[in-house]
Design a protein around this ligand. Sequence first.
Ligand code: GAP
Length: 466
Amino acid sequence: MSAVSENAVSMDTLVSLCKRRGFVFPGSEIYGGLANTWDFGPLGVELRNNIKQAWWQTFVHRRHDIAGLDGGIFMNPRVWEASGHVDEFNDPMIDCRECRGRFRADTLVEDALGSSVEGMPPGELDKLIAQSNIACPTCGKHNWTPVRAFNMMFRTQIGPVDETATTIYLRPETAQSIFMQYKNVMQSSRHKVPFGIAQIGKAFRNEITPGNFIFRVLELEQMEIEYFIREDAWEASFEEWLEAQQAFLYSLGINPEHLRRREHTADELSHYSKRTVDYEYLFPFGWKELTGLAYRYDFDLRRHQEASGVDLTYFDQAANEHFLPHVIEPTMGVERLLLMVLLDAFAEETTTDAKGNEASRVVLRFHPKIAPYKVAVLPLSKKPELSGVADEVFRSLQARFVTDYDETQSIGRRYRRQDEIGTPYCVTVDFESLEDHAVTVRDRDTMEQFRAPIADIVDIIAEKLG
Ligand code: GAP
């Protein structure tokens, strides 16, 4: 092995690797696809599950103050009226009258002028677009419609007859079912303020300009916590959650230099937030939001209490008082984390092969806990005498770890494939194994190899994976 050179990966390279190796496929491809819809293949689903499991373990299983919930996607539409989403969950939309291109007006201005205008009202965006003479990125003309608010919630109908059907929404965030169930969770799990409710679930957003692969999608999965506190604890709790989010991102093996915090300006705060800080990741298309942390104060509980007429206050026995808890909300999207771990793990290296020739390899240096496969068993030949031992090794490893088995192609190509899908260890069964009851273990990152007794292989891999 020789010098290692690492390149930043382009999105095109990553998208093609994801398809070739079975992480992410374009949706409905045989019908020409459906823009910005994606399906997660055999390795993608393992990676998703590992990210979600790491999050759940960190924030639910390893804490005593957070309980889980799995709420439904459909909710009474009054939820979304009271939460402010019907009136406020809008993006500014603008159309080109010449080519009929449709854009998010704030993104259009940001791309043209290089400064953020998120949260700017439609009228001011109109003026800025006219003053700055911003052209349509598609056709180059200047014939714009006025900017108007576009509600991002997907609507559908419940009920069999059109005339009597009720419009309902596909939830745009998972948070609201937590607010709906906060008293039930608190009472059934006997939690006291401060405590949190965690949920992983799908949310849907009719984004005007989705894109950048899985960065901005229509159907996303969120991992959210609503953490209920007394009002006077909000600043300290906010700081603790900033640290906890950072620690979680680092625990996925992310390079700290690729992460930064960004405070929202007053203009861009969501309608429910008094303070928001994002973690941003350095994607190939720039620093972009990865996670959010919002101080939702008592906005949601107060609005739901007023709209429903149901008392949502918490009774503090020690202080003998009722109050509406305030809320700190750490949130992150599974697709963005998945894109981040793929990008951060990607490395293209120059090495030397067994004959001393220069060779290159692509390797996904996933943290072992999120790697789709932990180990792969590679019999050197398909001969039946090897298959028996290889199968025995495979079965013992598979009982403990997610294990791949591959007996096709040359061993060199099989190593390259396992590198490209980020498998931390390969176990090769060769003809010597029949004599010495040992196998060769290869380390993905160093490419170093050592011999290990078959009888100890499960313990050795477990120790190596940590
Ligand atoms: N409950 C608060 C909330 O929904 P948000 O900042 O709108 O806040 C939370 O969304 C997270 O969900 C984001 O930080 C991001 O990771 C993810 N997310 C939001 N919209 C997304 C989209 N269209 N595609 C992929 N992920 C998205």
